[in-house]
Design a binder for this molecule. Sequence first.
Ligand code: GDP
Length: 179
Amino acid sequence: LPEYAFIGRSNVGKSSLINMLTGRKSLAKTSGKPGKTQLINHFLINKNWFLVDLPGYGYAKVSKSAKKTFQKFITQYFSLREQLVSAFVLVDIRHDPQPIDLEFMQWLGENNIPFSIVFTKADKLKPKAIENHIEDYKTILLETWEDMPNYFITSSSKDIGKDAVLSYIDELNGNLNLG
Ligand code: GDP
């Protein structure tokens, strides 16, 4: 079955987003503490695709060896990735573009792994501020990318963006069936 991988810095709101997308409240554990999602979890959705919950990257407070372990998991997943259709890179809409996220997107690009950006916690900013942050992202990303990657604006606490992400995945799944 096709897989879609969700990844981002710790505390970006990944567990909350996964819970919103799956409509199950306590599937992915949410917590303010970094390092909670330590292994790769697969969630079967609609019996036709897997949502893959990858460990977060960019912990400030874990040891170098723990970071290496996470990195190894992530690179191993992406190097096997037989069923992977696309990744979703989560970034907190409140933050300016962060080197670690940009580097990770760069790495995906170099490895020919398609991805979309999911801006999280959109409820925390006014629409104008959201627009400005996205413009900042565009400016930086267009320095290395020909086009702005596909992106979504979401809020798990206000239930925003769920349908957009799910229809996009359905559309990609539909394309697979044609091919
Ligand atoms: P993870 O570490 O990436 O899995 O992040 P979590 O889903 O555990 O969320 C980290 C923190 O951000 C928690 O305190 C959540 O309640 C909060 N959070 C997550 N998503 C949202 C959102 O859409 N809006 C707001 N306001 N807070 C959020």
